[in-house]
Write a protein that binds this ligand. Structure first.
Ligand code: NAP
Ligand code: MG
Length: 500
């Protein structure tokens, strides 16, 4: 049952955190230590304190997980069940996630420094909703009958692929896992999940909850460990049929190499971004736009792949909008992620904080003016950063072209709508874009020309399980969410029966 607490009370969250038993075992047919008995300390970036010693898997553990996943797949205990049976299990898993909402929210907040308001309000309910959606959708996807002649019947059906490896990042630990696991399981595959080493806890609990929901042994295994070890072992495994990856562009490329050098498995990539938010000079409500621009870069401390990290603004409103954005960003409450009044928590780790701070220093050099940035004075750890807004930045400068993955916004003032489109598109990434305009015609014509997997017009980072999510160019290919995600986890099969 959900533990009843006052969600607005920091002390209540802290007390619940004290009571929690943190999951530490890998999940390979049940809770297991790594074969070598090695563990890794997972740390709370908000306190710098060790949270738990988590099983640190290696190639031999991956072999065991893949073997179990394959055996489960071949047994048909999941892959050949009635769709409504699979729907029942996925719905039960969604219900268990809802029942464990507070626990799961805390795990991601403690492990990754994410605001409790976000994990309890967005990540966990979003994960449950996605599972319900695929559960409800999986028995409404039909096959085809091909237009053969009268002497033949050819059916085209979607077949599961077999064993799917899901390798996910730390910014939305539970939700990124669910984006992969839900459609892959719905399609009848077995899944081996590798969480990020920074944030393994919610994935470990997910393994247990899936078993409680009735998922047969081996259909979902969870192998925490280092990317170059566990991630690589999955990427190179001869018995893995597909990898679905979310993470950085360079690591995404590695998975293509691993596949090419092993069994040519399918690789689906959701990689980084350097998304623009374009603001045209016809907007009337600059306060609303400033709030949207800030949310676009400061949500989750800027650790969002689709964060709009470049503001491309027409000269007529540039000065006024920039002033409002700087004002808002400078007033944001950075602090304890367990405190519901906190507006921005820490970044995920000291290592990530150092990387972002190096970009902040570079940005200050490459801008005509820099507002904010650097460490929050007096904070408990070095993971708490102040948002930074940089103006007068050359769109070709490193700070405006490389993904920072932190609360850093560059501002680019342009004269014409054509210039705005050109600057927005002047990056090899193409994951998301924002557009603010009060003109209906401009909304359509400019949105059509922004190169991005999702364009959010007069809203921030629009996203729903019903719409596909993913990018073009260096942001990867293949789509998460929506029924289109099933394309990645199924292959088309033709069965041709000659009866003439
Ligand atoms: P990352 O370093 O690329 O890691 C992603 C996953 O790959 C982690 O599980 C990681 O394991 C693993 N990995 C790292 N090195 C590996 C290697 N040599 N071989 C195999 N696997 C390896 O990314 P991150 O820093 O966790 O996350 C931030 C990135 O994710 C950003 O670039 C962001 O844009 C991107 N992202 C994209 C989306 C999207 O949908 N497009 C969504 C969210 C995030 P360990 O962490 O355990 O080492
Ligand atoms: Mg951690």
């Amino acid at each position: 049952m959900t533990v009843a607490i006052d969600r607005a009370d920091r002390a209540a969250w802290a007390a619940l955190a004290e009571e929690l038993t943190l999951p530490t075992a890998a999940w390979i047919g049940g809770p297991v230590a790594s074969r070598a008995g090695v563990t890794r300390t997972t740390v709370d970036p908000a306190t710098g304190l060790a949270l738990a010693e988590v099983a640190e898997c290696a190639a031999e553990d991956v072999d065991a997980a893949v073997a179990l996943a394959r055996a489960a797949y071949e047994s048909g205990s999941w892959s050949r069940t009635h769709p409504r049976e699979r729907a029942g299990v996925l719905n039960r898993l969604a219900e268990l996630i809802t029942e464990h909402c507070h626990e799961l929210a805390l795990l991601d907040s403690l492990d990754g420094g994410k605001r409790i308001a976000d994990t309890v309000g967005i990540d966990v309910p979003g994960s449950a909703a996605i599972l319900h959606w695929y559960a409800e959708g999986l028995d409404k996807v039909y096959g085809e009958v091909a237009p053969t002649g009268p002497a033949d019947l050819a059916t085209v059906t979607r077949e599961p692929l077999g064993v799917v490896a899901a390798v996910v990042p730390w910014n939305y630990p539970l939700e990124m896992a669910i984006w992969k696991v839900a459609p892959a399981l719905a399609a009848g595959n077995s899944v081996v999940l590798k969480p990020a080493e920074e944030t393994p806890l919610s994935a470990l609990l997910l393994g247990r909850l899936a078993a409680e929901a009735g998922l047969p042994d081996g259909v979902l295994t969870v192998v925490p460990g280092a990317g170059p070890v566990v991630g690589q072992a999955l990427g190179r495994h001869p018995d893995v049929d597909a990898v679905t990856f979310t993470g950085s562009t360079p690591v995404g490329r590695l998975f293509q190499t691993y596949a090419g050098e092993s069994n040519g498995k399918q690789v689906w990539l959701e990689c980084g971004g350097k998304s623009a938010v374009v603001v045209l000079d016809d907007v009337a409500d600059l306060d609303a736009v400033a709030a949207g621009v800030c949310a676009g870069i400061l949500t989750n401390s800027g650790q969002v792949c689709s964060a709009t990290s470049r503001l491309v603004v027409q000269a007529g409103v540039a000065e006024e909008l920039t002033a409002r954005v700087v004002d808002r960003a400078s007033r944001i409450v950075v602090g304890d992620p367990l405190d519901p009044v906190t507006e921005m928590g820490p970044v995920v780790s000291s290592r990530q904080a150092a990387r972002v701070r190096a970009y902040m220093e570079l940005g200050a050099d490459q801008a005509t003016a820099a507002y904010g940035g650097g460490l929050v004075e007096g904070a408990r750890t070095d993971c708490f950063l102040r948002p930074q807004v940089l103006t007068g930045v050359d769109p070709a400068a490193a700070i405006a072209t490389e993904e920072v993955f932190g609360p850093v916004l560059t501002v680019h003032t342009v004269d014409s709508v054509e210039d705005a489109i050109a600057v927005a598109n002047a990056t090899p990434f193409a994951l998301a874009a924002g557009l603010w305009t009060d003109g209906l015609r401009r909304a359509h014509t400019v949105a059509a020309r922004l190169r991005a997997g999702t364009v959010s017009v007069n809203c921030v980072d629009a996203l729903d399980v019903a719409t596909p999510f993913g990018g073009f160019g260096h942001s990867g290919y293949g789509r998460d969410l929506s029924l289109h995600a099933l394309d990645k986890f199924t292959g088309l099969k033709t069965t041709w029966i000659h009866h003439g």
